[in-house]
Design a protein around this ligand. Structure first.
Ligand SMILES: [Zn+2]
Length: 311
């Protein structure tokens, strides 16, 4: 890992930046434990308006001391700084690309791809485990949950799934994605998770506290701290449905996150400006609403509502 402007704040706590071709460079923080152990990589701000993770890593770095951990924690607190400072949902503004869709990155690429390349080349080789912190975006209301990679090597999937059960979120979703920061890490053999907490451009102390407890629990699971208990209340979504807009219009959700639903129930509708109903979304089966779009204006292909069949 080539850290520039590396500063040791005090014994075992470092700040610096990782160079990104074409810039801006990525802030990187590190806490090196007093004794040997695994390296946990924590990333946040891949999507610039998902604030809970960014606040959590800021808080974690302020609080974590080398004496508390075995091994090492590497924090990337703000992967998409450009998106964060300009309030751009989902993408890096200068190329319009979603970092979580550009893995594996090409040898030479656009700003989002260059960020991804820095992560692949500088961060992946250091990681024994990776947790990427997300939330609902400015337009999404979300139930806290964790995605684990379902299509990695069996041992990687199994380790990630086991680790996920130590996070304090109630829902666990197997994901077939392969082109994001955590999902491509899993394809490369690194057990990795994506946790979603918060949404709608908001963050709260309660959400930060939940995420901090989850990270300490994960560190315990990895042997870096006190052994944690499994979250026995967590449930897996056996099947997911992501309903999309068939047309542009005004979206009126009829449900809330974490609302149980029954087959056939109306989950929301799209109307045109004059009030004619253009699309009605129904539940395919009994399940649980995990998130929905809160934007009034939507366009063809936008995610409207996601629900899962819960074990
Ligand atoms: Zn996100």
């Amino acid at each position: 890992m080539q850290i520039i402007d590396k500063k040791e704040l005090e014994n075992g706590r470092f700040t610096g930046t990782l160079p990104v071709r074409g810039g801006p460079d990525l802030p990187v923080w590190m806490v090196c434990g007093a004794s040997d152990g695994p390296t946990l990589v924590l990333t946040a701000g891949v999507h610039g308006c998902e604030y809970v993770g960014i606040m959590t890593l800021r808080r974690l770095f302020a609080q974590l001391t080398p004496a508390q951990i075995r091994g090492r924690v590497i924090l990337l607190p703000l992967v998409n700084g450009e998106g964060f400072y300009t309030g751009s949902k989902q993408v890096v503004p200068s190329d319009g690309k979603n970092i979580n869709r550009v893995f594996p990155p090409p040898e030479e690429g656009t700003p989002a791809q260059e960020i991804a390349r820095t992560v692949v080349e500088q961060i992946y080789p250091e990681a024994d485990f990776l947790l990427d912190l997300h939330g609902g975006d400015v337009n999404e209301a979300m139930t806290p949950l964790v995605f684990y990679p379902a299509t990695a090597a069996p041992d990687v999937t199994a380790r990630a799934c086991e680790a996920a059960q130590h996070l304090e979120v109630m829902y666990r979703i197997p994901s077939t994605a392969k082109n994001g920061l955590y999902s491509y890490a899993a394809q490369c053999g690194i057990p990795a998770l994506l946790m979603e907490v918060g949404g709608m451009g908001l963050w709260s102390e309660e959400q930060v506290a939940l995420e901090l407890r989850s990270i300490h629990s994960l560190m315990g699971y990895l042997g870096m701290g006190p052994a944690p208990a499994k979250n026995s209340r967590q449930r897996e979504a056996m099947e997911m449905c992501y309903a999309e807009a068939d047309t542009s219009g005004l979206w009126f959700p009829a449900v809330q996150p974490e609302q149980p639903i029954t087959a056939g129930q109306t989950l929301g509708r799209i109307e045109d400006l004059e009030g004619c109903v253009l699309q009605t979304v129904h539940a395919r089966w009994d399940g649980m609403v995990l998130y929905h779009t809160v934007s009034l204006g939507v366009t063809t292909g936008d995610a409207l509502v996601a629900f899962g069949k819960i074990e």
